[in-house]
Design a protein around this ligand. Structure first.
Ligand code: ADP
Ligand code: MG
Length: 272
């Protein structure tokens, strides 16, 4: 009986086994009972309210939910950029709370890639210099060939590499931000609404690119866009800081319906 129910749950959610179980042991991203509260007293907000999740190596996961449901907080806690108020996070095999701040920084720099909506490209640096930044910060050798290769993977040419970010289109800047995330060949890539500022056509091509270039990395992407799930193995829906549903092989139409329902729930006062 026990075995039956376990095999059902793991076959319907192949990448979301019980965080304490065997399948989770090798998962590069594991959250167990993660809570995050901000503020104190009457201003206190519970952004995450007990999230447990294990993402298998090489999986591509979308995190969806209404504004304020905790998507960014989930990503920040998973990446060690925010410290949970309770619960544990394991990233690339290390429990983050057991690492010093310095070792967490090194782990992020060497094994994790980030793409954020506002890109954080440094305006005074050329595109090539921006892409090289994670290597420089890690005091690693910056090989021209490695930069050119990361750029080529996202379709940026040598001429574009010599320009400043402001001289590129939005989609090209997005590609540069992805190249910068890929340059360290990360095991895990976190992306928070990476296509939020792009038109739907460019957004799709950027996502296709991310899917194609991740090369076995585990990718977690926060999005509002139901179309994005075409590129994902699973969709995690958040509502008021909790996981409301996990859907394997999500379909855009179903995702749009679910988001609509969650949005309506949040607006009816059920949410924060
Ligand atoms: P989402 O990304 O889904 O829009 P967030 O994770 O950004 O949601 O936020 C979840 C909740 O936590 C919201 O109520 C938000 O206002 C609150 N929150 C997020 N970050 C902070 C912060 N640094 N300080 C205080 N409250 C925060
Ligand atoms: Mg957010």
């Amino acid at each position: 009986m026990m075995l039956d129910s376990m095999s059902i749950s793991t076959s319907s959610f192949p990448d979301l086994a019980d965080p304490a179980g065997d399948a989770a042991a090798s998962a590069p991203v594991v959250l167990d009972g993660v809570r995050k509260r901000y503020g104190r007293g009457r201003g206190r907000v519970t952004a995450l309210d007990g999230v447990s999740l294990a993402l298998a190596a090489g999986s591509f996961t979308a995190v969806l939910g209404a504004s304020g449901s905790g998507k960014s907080t989930l990503l920040q806690c998973a990446a060690g950029l925010e410290r949970p108020s309770a619960g544990t996070v394991r990233l690339c095999g290390s429990e983050l709370s057991s690492l010093s701040d310095r070792r967490q920084t090194v782990l992020r720099r060497e094994r994790v890639g980030f793409v954020f909506q506002d890109l954080n490209l440094i305006p005074e640096l050329t595109v090539a210099e921006n892409i090289a930044l994670p290597l420089r910060l890690g005091r690693r050798r910056v090989e021209r060939a490695a930069i050119a290769e990361a750029a080529a993977r996202v379709g940026l040419d040598a001429g574009q590499l010599r320009r400043l970010p402001s001289e590129l289109s939005g989609g090209q800047q997005q590609r540069a931000a992805i190249a910068r995330a890929l340059v360290v060949r990360p095991e895990v890539i976190f992306a928070d609404e990476p296509t939020g500022a792009l038109d739907p056509y460019t957004a799709q091509s950027v996502l296709r690119l991310l899917r194609g270039t991740a090369e076995g990395a585990t990718v977690v992407i926060v999005t509002h866009d139901p179309q994005v799930v075409r590129f994902c193995d699973q969709a995690v829906f958040l509502y008021a800081g909790r996981i409301e549903a996990v859907v394997a092989a999500p379909e855009p139409a179903d995702v749009a319906d679910r988001l609509h329902a969650l949005g309506a729930l949040a607006n009816s006062g059920g949410g924060a």
